[in-house]
Ligand binder design. Structure first.
Ligand SMILES: [Zn+2]
Length: 499
């Protein structure tokens, strides 16, 4: 059942199968912003020939589609209000003292019980920041939480993703939302509801059994949106993914504007989910829906005129989506360190870009067991010289915390101190090379303790306080790093990229 839904969404994502360009499951004209939190408009057009009994359900369907997810609304209420047309600009009062600015987009409605990429992740970080006195309440203007940020537009998303994927996902999730809400309102199983929806859903050859599969999936409140099954969606996923991407874009706005009036702009940190670096241009993948960092890179170019973007991806998994988005682009340098052989199996060392972009992609797979020593060496011998040669206008970071030794999904041995070092060193690199313009985007990290401690220590690095790593890390977990393999990999990458 779920697999059938997955197949449908793969068809949508890949632009193949039944023909995505003609995929109109709802037979509606949908405004690109129809799921945005503000200015929602729903240009509903009933099908010609629809029977009266179908019309009787329209108010219900319409009201369901306009309703926002109550949980996420409640969470966001005090933390953000989305302003679509307004750039966030630094205020003069805090221009000289702000050292870190962060945005929070926890996607509380995008949740699956027992899934590692669950809705507890961002709240765990926020709670840790509060507990460790790393919020504006305790730090005045040194640490800023961006309260008003924009939601990404569909146009922003389509700077990286195909139109067929973005609109297909929106439409499928609208059907799904309708079905989910119908389940909640006792329309479940009624002939009227089924026949009404089938008029829409079956219009372009969507088989009745597929519709039933989606209806059953709606009982669980989620569907799988890629073929291998790790990526799920709920009725609020589309909207919340736009909010997440927008939270990153607004930090780009703020940091870039701050760099115009200060030599030491704050580092941005987007505490967002779902993550993004596996999402490929034509579809979702590996827990990821939209490529947040890639969208941020295109946005920095398009809106702020920053030509050269350097992306560092230290998530334990290869950022294949970002890799693919810029593989032939000489102006966006993508550098990924990742565990050799881990998901999704891409990012081989000799994948260095193609065409004009040859040499502007650097993939460094490291043996399982690599840890703090490996990463410090890689930073000094690979990341720094690559960035110095590239001469970026801004550095964006895919900040994944699943390389921590306690993380359940992979086998690196990073510690909280490793992430402190990365945060501190990347901040310095941005200061040396591109006016301090730097924004971190949260990617993976699935042990809530190591995730939140590591992000908190990253904040300490940004504000110039000493690390608390020795207080939270139990080094008894560590074993010898594969130093010979790491050394060989570094030699090979230096040779390949003439470093
Ligand atoms: Zn990861």
């Amino acid at each position: 059942m779920v697999m059938m839904v997955a197949i449908l969404l793969m068809m949508v994502a890949e632009g193949g199968g039944d023909g995505v360009s003609s995929f109109h499951p709802l037979k509606m004209e949908l405004h690109p912003r129809s799921l945005l939190p503000v200015g929602v408009r729903f240009p509903f057009r009933p099908l010609v020939g629809m029977s009266q009994q179908h019309h009787s359900l329209i108010p219900f369907i319409k009201s369901r589609l306009l309703m926002k997810h109550p949980t996420s609304r409640k969470y966001f209420k005090t933390s953000i209000s989305c302003l679509s047309e307004q750039l966030n600009v630094p205020q003069e009062t805090n221009e000289s003292t702000a050292k870190v600015i962060y945005s929070v987009a926890p996607a509380m409605g995008h949740n699956k019980a027992a899934h590692p990429e669950c809705s507890s992740r961002v709240p765990a970080i926020v709670t840790a920041l509060e507990k460790m006195h790393l919020t504006p309440k305790f730090r005045g203007s040194e640490i800023i939480q961006l309260q008003n940020f924009r939601t990404a537009t569909v146009e922003d998303i389509m700077s990286v993703h195909s139109k067929s994927y973005v609109f297909g996902l929106e439409k499928v999730l609208q059907v799904f939302l309708t079905l989910t809400e119908a389940q909640n309102h006792r329309y479940k199983g009624t002939t009227r509801m089924n026949s009404f929806l089938l008029v829409f859903v079956a219009d372009k050859g969507l088989h009745e059994s597929l519709f039933k599969a989606m209806e059953q999936a709606s009982e669980q409140g989620l569907i799988h949106i890629d073929g291998s099954g790790p990526t799920y969606a709920t009725a609020t996923t589309f909207e919340e993914s736009l909010v997440a991407a927008g939270a990153g874009l607004s930090l780009v706005d703020y940091v870039v504007e701050a760099s115009r009036i200060s030599e030491n702009p704050p580092v941005g940190f987007a505490l967002i989910r779902p993550p993004g670096h596996h999402a490929v241009p034509k579809g979702p993948m590996g827990f990821c829906v939209f490529g947040n960092v890639a969208i941020g890179a295109r946005y920095a170019q398009r809106v702020h005129g920053l030509k050269r973007v350097f992306i560092i991806d230290f998530d334990v998994h290869h950022g294949n989506g970002t890799n693919d988005a810029f593989y032939d682009d000489p102006d966006i340098f993508f550098l990924s360190t990742h565990q050799d052989g881990s998901y999704p199996g891409t990012g081989k060392i000799d994948n260095i870009g193609c065409g004009n972009g040859e040499g502007a992609t650097l993939n460094l797979p490291l043996a399982g067991g690599s840890g703090d020593v490996a990463m410090r060496t890689v930073f000094d011998e690979v990341i720094v010289p690559s960035a110095q040669r590239f001469k970026p206008d801004i550095i964006l970071v895919s900040a994944g915390y699943d390389g921590h030794v306690l993380d359940p999904l992979a086998n690196f041995q990073f510690t909280t101190g490793t992430y402190y070092m990365l945060a501190s060193s990347i901040k310095q690199l941005a200061k040396d090379l591109c006016g301090g313009r730097c924004v971190f985007f949260l990617e993976g990290g699935y042990n809530l303790d190591s995730l939140s401690n590591s992000v908190a220590d990253s904040f300490r690095a940004f504000i110039g306080e000493s690390s608390m790593a020795t207080k939270v890390d139990d080094l008894g977990f560590l074993y010898d790093e594969p130093s010979l393999k790491v050394k060989q990999a570094i030699q090979r990458i230096k040779h390949l990229h003439s470093l």
